[in-house]
Each structure stands twice: as C-alpha cells, then as structure tokens.
Design a protein around this ligand. Structure first.
Ligand code: ADP
Length: 623
C-alpha cells in the first residue's frame, strides 16, 4: 500500500515538474518528444536495411536488387542521421535555454515572497539546497528535462523492437526440420519472453540500486558543494581582494581546496563508485548478456531449421538487443525517478511557500492635495523567529506635509518602524491606519506607491545612471537631472562624459564608473525624489556623505521635499532640529515626542541624554 502511495506521489511530482517546465519553455517538450522518437527509431533503420541486403546476398544475389537496397539504405540512414544531428543541436539549445528560464522561475518566486519570508533562514537553506542538488547531478526539476527524452525514447524503442521481433516468434520452422520443429511450440516464445522480462527487471533493479547510492551521498555532496561553492571561487570577488592580500586569508581557505574530497577520486563518492555502486551497475549490465545470448541461440536455431533466412537473423538479433537495452534503461530510469522524487519535493516545498500577508483590495485614492494621514495604533512587532519585541506598544500619528524625525540608539527600532510603515512586515498586535483604514485593506502595490524610501542598505544596480534614478529605461530626462541636482549630484553629473547614460560600476561595462559611498547615497536620494511619492522616508540619509554635502542637503531639505510628508531617521541630532516633530525611540518604544526645543528642555529625558552625548564631543573639541 505504502509503495503504491509512493509511486503515485512520484508520478504526480514528475508530472507537475513537466507542467512547470512546459510553462517556462513551451517548445522544449514537443521538440524533445520528436527528437527522442527519432533517435529511438533510427537504429532500427540500419537493422532493417542490413537485413534486406544480407537476405539478398544469402538467397537470390540479384545485383540490381542489391544495388537498390544499398542505395535506399544509404539514403535513408543518411537522412535519418542528418535529421537526428539537427534535432540534437536544437535540443541542446533549448536545454540550455531551459536552464536559464528555470533559474528565472526561482528568482521570480524569490521576488514575490512576502518580505518576512526572506528573513527565515529555513527558506534560504531550502533554496541553497535546491541549487546544490542541481549542481551536483541536475537533481530536481532539470533531471526531469533530461530523463524525459530517455523515457520517450525508451518506450518508442521498445515498441519498435517488439514490432520488428514479432515474426521471430510467428515464423514456423518447416516440418522437414526434424527435432527443431519443437521450437514452434509457443512455450519457447513464452520462455524467452519471460527470460527477457525477468532479467531486464533484475538488471533494472541492480541499476536502480546503483542510482539510489546517489541519494545516500546527498548530505556529503551537499556539504562538499557548499564548501567548494564558497571557498573555491573566493578569489573571484574584487571586494574581497584587499583583505585576502592583507590578512593572507588564502591560508584559511586553502585547506578546503586540498581536502575537498567529496567529489575527489578518493572521496566518499569516488569510493562508492568503486565499491557498492560500481558493483551494482556492473552486474546490471552483465546480466543482460544472458538475454542477448538466449535470443542469439533461439534465433540461430530457428534459422538453422529454415524458419527464416540469414538476413533476418541480423534483424531479430539487432532488434532484440536494442529492445533489451530499452527495457533495461527504462527500468534504470524508474530508479532515477524514484530518487529524484525526494529532490522534487524540496523544489516544490520552495515554490509553494505561501504568501501569508493579507492582500487588500482597496485602492489608495490618488489625492492631488496629498492628504494622507498615518497612524500607528498600539503597534507591537517581533521579527519572524525572534522572541523579543522589536517594537512595543507604539502609538504615533503624523500629519500630512510635516517633517518627522526619528531618533534613538542603535537597535531601538527605528528601521523596523519604517519597515512596518511600508508594509514589508505586518505587526502582530495593533494597527497601522492610512486615512483611518487599516493599511492591510489596501492593495499592496497601490499602497507601496505612496512611499519613496532610501534605506540604509540601499542598492544601485550596474545599469546607466538615469535608469537607476528612474527605475526604468524610459524616463523624463529633465526630471531625473533635476532630482540628481537636488540630491547634490549635479556637479558630478556634469563631469560625466555620457551624462545620464553613464554606466554605473564596471560589472557589465568597461566604461562603467565606480562611485563612492557618498555619491551612491546621493543617487539613492535622487531616486527617491524622482518617484515623487507623497511620503519620503530617509533612513540615515547622509551617513556616507561628507560634512559639506550633508550641510548642502539639509540646507535645502525643505525645498527638496516640497509638500511631501518627510520621515527622517538620523543619528546626528543636530540635523533633526529643522523637523517639526521628533519621536525618540528606546528599546522598541516611543519614549518622547515633540519639538527639538521641548524635548531638549526635559533634562531627564532620553533626547537630552543623546543630545548632550553628541554635543559634549563638539564642545570638548572647541575647548
Ligand atoms: P535601529 O534602526 O533603531 O538601529 P532596528 O529597527 O534595525 O533598529 O532593530 C530593532 C531590533 O530588531 C534590534 O534589536 C535588532 O537586532 C532587531 N532586528 C532588526 N532586524 C531584524 C531581523 N531581520 N530579524 C530579527 N531581528 C531583527
């Protein structure tokens, strides 16, 4: 019963894999079916013509007929071989195309995951495991692409073989052949058929047992892949190069090159190939000679008795051998599919990670007056997998068009507050309201349009400057230029020979420019300005800027943000002075709220403590 369930599960998993791959590459399976059919049938073309030529040679020996068979044979085999080669090439092209498309499938899944799912280590481990399975021996989805052709080819080959051998059993030995007429007894045919099937099954089982050894080595291979994937390529990364030279880090990693024995000839997988796995595979091939031998004996005896001519011996023996190979490979494939089911389970576990965040249906009405009020009402939040509250009972209202500064020590919850506001996570307790309605009720993508955020760990990509700012290849060049100028990047832009078309970084283009952390931050600010959303949120926006650039940005902050509501996180309290309101975070709570003057006046308050800690530094220097 359990085996039946397992079989059903294996079949369902593989059928789903075919559907998934077919969706990403609709041409692959039809082409593969055709090419496999072709390569399965083509050996029989040679067998068929050789048999005809031999028969003519052994019987009437008519020269013109012989010529005709030879010519027809050469022509047919030539056409079949040429077509086979073309199809094979096409298959290889589509196969490598499929590798890429399959990868994009995973990337899209990664993009579409709830942000909170990305925090879960188990999801990253699962993805890493899937990749390692693939790198190891294409286990998982791609294995299906590989074995599909063998499966189709095997079935077609088997059927063609049967078609070509039927007459081996039905052609009777003439009565004049004495004791050889016993071969006409259907028992012989049954015996041979039984031998063929049972030995093929035995051979298949042996091969399957050999294949199964792979899954026994999965853990070892995974670890080997992981270590080599990390340490084997460490010299490729430019950002690591300085540290490697400075601290001789190669000494720390070279042990992993030398002892990466997982895949080495003397490693556990190598040993397995020489031992159990090799013996099973060898025995599997070996037992099939039993059938080939019996077919030879049976066919030759029937020919000896006069059931058919010498030419037919070639046909029967050739077809029977090809058929045995097919049965044998089909049963071996069953072992592969059985092993692959576990790998597919991991793949689907990843692709099926649900999006648990509630997706609302309300649209955020486009308001020309930008009247969007936000309220945090008793909000508490823990990161997935964490036991401590990152935010606790946070209440905060902010009015449209105002400047709100958020200050606090490291780890006090400032960034978390922003992430909840942007709905990267949902709070476990309390509500966040937009114009009085829970933000979960809005359509997610609509809601996201309200915010321009510059996160601390923002990332630009190796694309032209203008594309980076606009987030698109088509954009309003004047507005992008203005945004860059507002963000203090104007002079640098003027010095760039290709202006907005200048490629950032050298990853993709030798003409790319490397930019400093401060320049990157200005571009990130420009990107937020260009989006022109009603809320602009800057998380430590000037951390990488030099004092002059920083002063420049603050000097025109009001001008830059215009009528937008600005939320602004900073460690430098002096830069918060211009904000209308300041919220002080401490250990996940808002402990103070008010204007700079009011907060500073409370000498026992956190703000006063933070302010004096920073002011002290400057005052001392002055002294
Ligand atoms: P701040 O921005 O004020 O420096 P954060 O909001 O980043 O502080 O962090 C608040 C708390 O949440 C800290 O204790 C931090 O360690 C924790 N935290 C932040 N990000 C994560 C995360 N992805 N998973 C678990 N804990 C986190």
């Amino acid at each position: 019963m359990r085996e039946k369930g397992a079989l059903r599960h294996a079949v369902a998993a593989h059928l789903r894999a075919v559907r998934v791959l077919h969706k990403v590459s609709p041409r692959f399976f039809s082409l593969r079916t055709f090419s496999s059919l072709f390569s399965a049938v083509s050996p029989y073309v040679t067998v068929f013509f050789s048999a005809r030529i031999l028969r003519e040679l052994a019987t009437l020996r008519r020269v013109d007929v012989l010529w005709r068979w030879v010519l027809a044979g050469v022509l047919c085999v030539g056409v079949v071989t040429a077509l086979g080669a073309v199809l094979q090439r096409r298959y290889e092209t589509l196969l490598s195309d499929l590798w890429g498309r399959k990868e994009i499938l995973f990337i899209r899944k990664m993009f579409s995951l709830d942000f909170s799912e990305l925090d879960k280590q188990e999801n990253h481990d699962l993805r890493a495991q899937i990749r390692q399975n693939e790198n190891w021996a294409s286990w998982g989805l791609m294995k299906v692409a590989y074995v599909y052709g063998d499966l189709v080819g095997g079935v077609i080959g088997l059927l063609s073989g049967i078609a070509l051998t039927v007459s081996l059993f039905t052609s009777p030995v003439p009565e004049t052949a004495g004791w050889l007429t016993a071969l006409n007894n259907p028992l012989f045919a049954l015996l041979l058929a039984f031998l063929m099937v049972s030995v093929s099954i035995l051979a298949g089982k042996l091969i399957a047992a050999a294949t199964k050894c792979w899954s026994g080595a999965a853990e070892e291979a995974t670890l080997g892949n992981r270590l080599f994937g990390h340490f084997g390529f460490i010299g490729l990364y430019r950002e690591r190069a300085a540290d490697i030279r400075m601290y001789n880090q190669q000494n720390l990693v070279s042990a992993y090159w030398d002892t990466n024995s997982s895949f080495g000839a003397d490693g556990p997988i190598g040993r397995m190939a020489r031992g159990k796995m090799g013996v099973y595979a060898g025995l599997g091939v070996c037992v099939t000679t039993l059938i080939t031998g019996s077919v030879y004996v049976f066919t030759c005896l029937k020919a000896w008795g006069g059931a058919f001519d010498v030419g037919s011996i070639t046909q029967y023996v050739g077809a029977a051998s090809a058929m045995i190979t097919n049965i044998f490979s089909l049963i071996g494939l069953m072992g592969t599919l059985e092993t692959n089911t576990g790998f597919l389970d991991q793949t689907f576990a990843f692709l099926d990670i649900p999006n648990a965040m509630y997706q609302g249906s309300l649209t955020t009405e486009k308001r020309s007056d930008r009247r969007y009020d936000i309220e945090f009402r008793d909000v508490s939040f823990k990161y997935p997998g964490s036991d401590t509250w990152a935010l606790r009972h946070v209440d905060l209202k902010f009015k449209v068009g105002r400047r709100l500064a958020i200050v606090g020590e490291n780890g006090s919850g400032k960034t978390t507050f922003i992430k909840l506001l942007c709905r990267l996570y949902d709070p476990q307790e309390g509500q966040i309201l937009l114009n009085g309605i829970d933000i979960r009720k809005y359509r997610y993508d609509d809601y996201m349009k309200l915010f321009s955020v510059v996160f601390q760990d923002f990332r630009l990509i190796a694309q032209p400057l203008g594309d980076n700012v606009a987030g698109s290849m088509e954009y309003d060049r004047e507005r992008v230029r203005q945004a860059l100028t507002d963000a203090g990047f104007g002079d640098r832009l003027d010095s760039m020979p290709q202006g907005l078309d200048t490629m950032l970084y050298k990853n993709l283009s030798d003409d790319g420019v490397e930019i400093s952390g401060g320049e990157a931050q200005k571009i990130a600010i420009a990107r937020a300005l260009y989006k022109d959303a009603p809320f602009i949120i800057l998380d430590e926006p000037t951390a990488a800027l030099d004092p002059i650039a920083e002063a420049e940005i603050y000097g025109k902050f009001d001008e830059i943000t215009g009528d937008k509501t600005a939320i602004y996180i900073s460690h430098r309290l002096s830069s918060c002075k211009f904000c209308d309101e300041i919220a002080v975070f401490h250990q996940g709570r808002i402990v103070q709220q008010g204007s700079h003057e009011a907060l500073l006046a409370d000498e026992s308050g956190k703000y006063h403590e933070l302010w004096t800690a920073q002011a002290q530094y400057y005052t001392k220097e002055k002294e």
